[in-house]
Structures are given as C-alpha cells and as structure tokens.
Design a protein around this ligand. Structure first.
Ligand code: NAP
Length: 293
C-alpha cells in the first residue's frame, strides 16, 4: 500500500477560510484580539511570532506584537501580562517560548488569565482538558485531532498509539482522543523511553501519532498495514543548498508510506495546523468575552 498524503497546508487553509468568515460574521459585536509577546531575538521564535501575527492580520484580528528585550526582568514581564489580562480588546495572550533563563516560564504561563490562555498551557485549562471540559485545547494536539477528523479516519473505537509523553504534545493528544466525545472515544496507549517493546504497541495502532523528537524513531516494520500515521516531529538534519534548515520528522517516511493508508509529511503536515488552532482559540475567546455563540 502507498499512503495518501495528509496535506496540512490544505486543511489549515480550509479552516482559516472558515475562521475568516466567522470573524466577518461577528465583527460588529467583537473583533478578536491577540497579543504575541516575544522576549529577545531567538531566530526561531522571531519566525514563529511573525507567522502568528501575519495570520491573525489576514483573518481580520486586532493584533499586537509586543517585542521585549532579553534583559526584561521577570517582574516586568508579569506586569506586562497583567496589563493584557485587563485589556478588554485582547482576548488571547501568547508568550513565545522559550524565555531567557533568568525568567521562570511556569510562573509566566500561570500569570496569564485562563480565559485568555489561547495556547491552552495554564494548569486550569490542562485540568479542564483532563476532565473533558476543555475551553481551549492546546494548539498542536488540537491540530492533530482536526487533521485526523478531516482525513475521514474513524477515531471512535480506534486503537490509537501515541509515541511521546510531553506536556505539550503527547499527553494532551492522548487525553483529547480518550474523551467520551465526538472526534474522540479511542482506546489510547502512550509509549515513551521506558516502554519495553515499542513495536508490540505501534503495530497494533489504527492511528499512530509520533512526537518523540527523534528522526526515524518509527520505521515501516513497526507500523500496521493501513494505519493512519501522524508525524509531529520537527528535526533539523542539516542545511539545504539554499542555506535553509533541512527538516525531517520522527517517522521514516519512505518505509512507513508503504504500510500506512495515510501519512503526514514533514514539513507541511502538523506544522501549519498549530498556528491555525491558535487562531481558532482566539476567535472562541472573543466570542465567549462578547457572550455570542
Ligand atoms: P519532548 O518534550 O522532547 O518529548 C519527547 C517524548 O518522546 C518524551 O516523552 C520521550 O520519552 C519520548 N521519546 C523520545 N525518544 C523516544 C523513543 N526512541 N522511543 C519512545 N519514546 C521516545 O518533545 P515534544 O515537545 O513533545 O516534541 C516532539 C517533537 O514534535 C519534536 O520534534 C518537536 O520539534 C515537534 N513539535 C512539533 C510541533 C508542530 O507544530 N509541528 C509542535 C510541538 C512539537 P521520555 O518521556 O521517556 O523522555
């Protein structure tokens, strides 16, 4: 079998069109407001924040990019967050990670009003996800769920295996797909470096989600015939002749595509969905703020 390619760019574009229409529909009552706070000049962070700002503007948001020097103190950053927590025009606050070492990331993320936590990292939102009452799903896992749904794969009753247990990808996607809800209700297994026999688990997966941060962690012999494979990994494996970073996922694409029924490429799979889900969360936050459905 040669797998169908799951085109994240196409799905993301489709959702962005839907969001654009939604923003136009509600604009007389509320304009979604998003602030992205960037501390320092880490090149990867600059490019992520720039892409988020660009997308939010394209969708018709009120958006602010707040750039701060890497020397900002923790207290000053907390004050800044407090200012945006109180700003009625701002519905979503995103602090781009990582932060400089002298700032406690956990303290900063906890300072964001959970109602404006469009990244879904505040413990209140993590807890709500756990009990099946999430307001905001974290962006990458939410994007993965949307990709699977829009691929037409049946999640209800499926054997889902997640490789990786990080707080930003592995655990939340496992939690999302476990809920007794539409677009979920799967039997979920999580693998990690302590797992004794990875292949035993991965070979049972109808849907295999890989977020290990290791190139070729999954090869064709570890995958069940006909599985849907979602490769979350983004690994820099060298440079292109044009001087750009050469990227690879966590899945050995060439061998796995011969077994899977559908597979995400890297780049162009999960990546484009993450920003789109941030936009979706911001629109939702604005609607909740304005009391409209
Ligand atoms: P992380 O915090 O490093 O976690 C990696 C997880 O994978 C850990 O739980 C680790 O197990 C497990 N693991 C590592 N090697 C393994 C192996 N050989 N077998 C089984 N489990 C293994 O990484 P993350 O933040 O979740 O990110 C994972 C990947 O996704 C990275 O490449 C990252 O760049 C990418 N990512 C992409 C997006 C996007 O938008 N496309 C967003 C976020 C992350 P232990 O817990 O036992 O150490």
């Amino acid at each position: 079998m040669t797998a169908k390619l799951i085109n994240g760019n196409e799905v993301a574009q489709q959702i962005r069109e839907e969001l654009k229409q939604e923003v136009a529909r509600i604009k007389d009552k509320v304009i979604p407001g998003l602030v992205t706070i960037l501390v320092g000049e880490n090149p990867a962070s600059v490019s992520y924040v720039t892409a988020k700002q660009k997308t939010s503007k394209e969708l018709g948001f009120y958006s602010i990019q707040d750039n701060q020097l890497a020397t900002i103190t923790e207290e000053e950053l907390l004050k800044l967050i407090d200012k945006y927590n109180k700003d009625p025009k701002i519905h979503g606050i995103l602090v781009q990670l990582p932060l400089p070492k002298h700032i406690n990331e956990t303290k900063v993320l906890y300072a964001i009003d959970p109602k404006k936590d469009v990244d879904g990292f505040h413990p209140v939102n993590v807890g709500k996800l756990m009990i099946g009452e999430a307001d905001y799903l974290p962006c990458t896992p939410a994007g993965i769920q949307q990709l699977i749904i829009r691929t037409g794969a049946k999640i209800d009753g499926a054997e889902v295996v997640v490789v990786g247990r990080s707080n930003i990808v592995g655990k939340p996607i496992a939690n999302i797909l476990l809920q007794k809800q539409k677009g979920a209700n799967a039997t979920v297994t999580i693998c990690h470096t302590g797992t004794k026999d990875m292949t035993f688990h991965t070979k049972r997966a109808d849907i295999l989600i890989v977020a290990a941060g290791k190139p070729k962690a999954i090869t064709g012999d570890m995958v069940k015939e006909g599985a849907v494979v979602i490769d979350v990994g983004v690994n820099r494996i060298g440079m292109t002749p044009e001087g750009k970073a050469k990227l690879a996922g966590d899945v050995d694409f060439d061998s796995v595509k011969e077994k899977a029924s559908a597979i995400t490429p890297v780049p162009g799979g999960v990546g484009p969905m993450t920003i789109t889900m941030l936009m979706m969360n911001t629109v939702k936050a604005a609607k909740v703020h304005a009391g409209i459905s």
